[in-house]
Design a protein around this ligand. Structure first.
Ligand code: NAP
Length: 256
């Protein structure tokens, strides 16, 4: 793993949040919102160090501390090595946000095996591996918050997204199972289910498709990464201490 980009040396005592996939989009907004709320931020990216630096520098400019790590969350051995080397006995891990995700859209009958497998590897196995490693540490501390970034399409399905919808539905199952299992250790596990949010992931939609989506959204607009981040920040906060195993929709009324 390349050396992390660190804005300030991390303090082992300060409550910390690990956000996967925070070099862009929703993850960046989540990392900044949690830094605003007082957490020291560790975050991962996979291929865009220049974007990761922007997130880290933004956090530092706001008075926070951040460290960016290149880590493919779909590689469980790399995830275990990362937790052992960078988190265990070094950081006071209070929050994990499993945000990293990819889409490889296409119609079912033409979808390639690798498009199914790569989406499941990042979106589901990545969240599972990070949750498993975080739970070992949080379990010893007898406190913790885990938040999974699912999607409205995991609740409703969507034509052209069989792999992605399956992965996001799987995250909801993971959320509920982990919530039941980890409650005894005072770890809460919840999910947010964003609707259509303005990020790179949706930037490729044609004007026609975008207009059709917007017409179908009761609030008649796409959401912002900041609006998802505020829901995650709530679930990470003390205000959500008695909420676990839940799915908080941030979708402008698309599915309710
Ligand atoms: P995005 O703008 O495409 O950003 C994806 C982020 O994930 C980037 O930071 C990327 O890192 C990182 N990433 C990708 N593959 C990774 C891997 N294998 N290991 C670690 N990090 C990886 O996506 P977004 O729209 O912000 O979406 C964030 C999450 O919200 C995803 O789980 C997505 O499914 C979910 N979501 C999005 C929407 C939406 O409308 N945008 C709606 C519902 C749910 P690099 O920058 O290095 O590539």
């Amino acid at each position: 793993m390349p050396a992390p980009y660190v804005t300030h040396e991390l303090d082992g005592k300060v409550p910390s949040a690990l956000v996967t996939g925070a070099s862009r989009g929703i993850g960046r907004a989540v990392a900044k919102a949690l830094a605003r709320d007082g957490y020291q931020i560790l975050f991962t990216y996979v291929s865009r160090p220049e974007e990761a630096r922007i997130t880290a520098d933004d956090i530092a400019q706001g008075g926070g501390r951040a460290a960016a790590f290149a880590l493919n969350v779909g590689d469980c051995a790399a995830v275990a090595e990362f937790f052992a080397g960078e988190i265990k006995d070094k950081v006071n891990l209070a929050v994990l946000v499993n945000n990293a995700g990819i889409a490889r859209d296409g119609f079912l009958i033409r979808m390639k095996d690798e498009d199914f497998d790569s989406v499941m590897a990042v979106n589901v196995r990545g969240a599972f591996c990070c949750t498993r490693e975080a739970a070992k540490i949080m379990g010893k501390n007898r406190t913790g918050r885990i938040i999974n970034v699912s999607s409205v399409v995991g609740q409703t399905g969507n034509a052209g997204q069989a792999n992605y919808a399956a992965s996001k539905a799987a995250l909801l199952g993971l959320t509920k199972a982990a919530a039941k299992e980890l409650a005894a250790r005072q770890i809460t596990v919840n999910a947010v289910a964003p609707g259509f949010i303005e990020t790179d992931m949706t930037a490729g939609l044609s004007g026609e498709v975008r207009a059709a989506y917007e017409a179908a959204i009761p609030l008649k607009r796409m959401g912002t990464a900041q609006e998802v981040a505020e829901a995650v920040a709530f679930l990470a906060s003390g205000r959500a201490a008695y909420i676990t195993g839940q799915v908080l929709a941030v979708n402008g009324g698309m599915y309710c």
